[in-house]
Design a protein around this ligand. Sequence first.
Ligand SMILES: [Fe+2]
Length: 317
Amino acid sequence: MDTDKHASSQISRRRFLQSSALAAAGMALPTLTASAAEKDISHQWNSKKPSSFTMWQIPSHKNTIGNSYVFQSRRGKVIVMDGGFPEEAFTLRGFIGVLGNEVEAWFISHPHDDHMGALNEILADPQDLKIKAIYHSRVTDAVIDAEPTEAKKCRDFYARLDHTDIPVTDIQEAGRMFDFDGMKLKIVSVATGLTVNPYNNNSMIMRVWDRRKSLVFLGDAGIECGDLALKGPYADDLNCEYLQMAHHGQNGCSEEFYRSIKFRACLWPTPMWVWNNDTGKGYNTAHLNTIKTRAWMDSLGIKEHHVSVRDGLWKLD
Ligand SMILES: [Fe+2]
């Protein structure tokens, strides 16, 4: 085992646990002005219509919180969202290689290394993997420094983005749309500048859809980031069929957030120790809030859950 990478993974796991505890301690319920719960979104998908893209939820082979999604358009374009930890770059390279070894667009939700780490690793040594474009929403220096344990990794990543020959686009305004052979992608919200729960609350929220299905990716959005998205001009775009649970499904967006939007299934980029809130002493014995989030979903009547590490590679056409 590469001891440096193992240590990095352990630090990241510690950081996740620590930030979860801090968020739990400071959690305050927001006041929401409008509810989208009654909105009928059934027109937004239709299983009989042709699919324009396939999506895979990539499970972490190391039972970590690595967040990784790969899409392929009907004409073969490959789009990556996040990609997981540096130590997950090896398997991600293999997956992309099978699809043709060329990435049309790579989107990074925020600069935590369970999201940008694999891309950062690949940028350091691309080998024969071709990336045509990278999109992210750059966070401010104040945000970077508000989480000192992550600052060096974030700045290393940004330095790599600044020096790569790959076109890098910093999206600072929501609403931008992309169309990859009928696979639509919309930037629903961008980096907020919030220094509370700083990196997570600067997650870029993205919506992906075709005529058959719709998905929303919340990254690691915290309560405040979710509330800003709900109050923003693209709040309606949060309604979807498949919702990626914020911050791996615990201590992300508030219960009110989930109650304010419409969705019918959950994507969990989540290892078993987070899913079961079990860091070694049994089911629901740690301080993570996953079981609470799962109860919220039960109360909303959500019955379809896709948990990355439990269910393995999951494909959606
Ligand atoms: Fe994360």
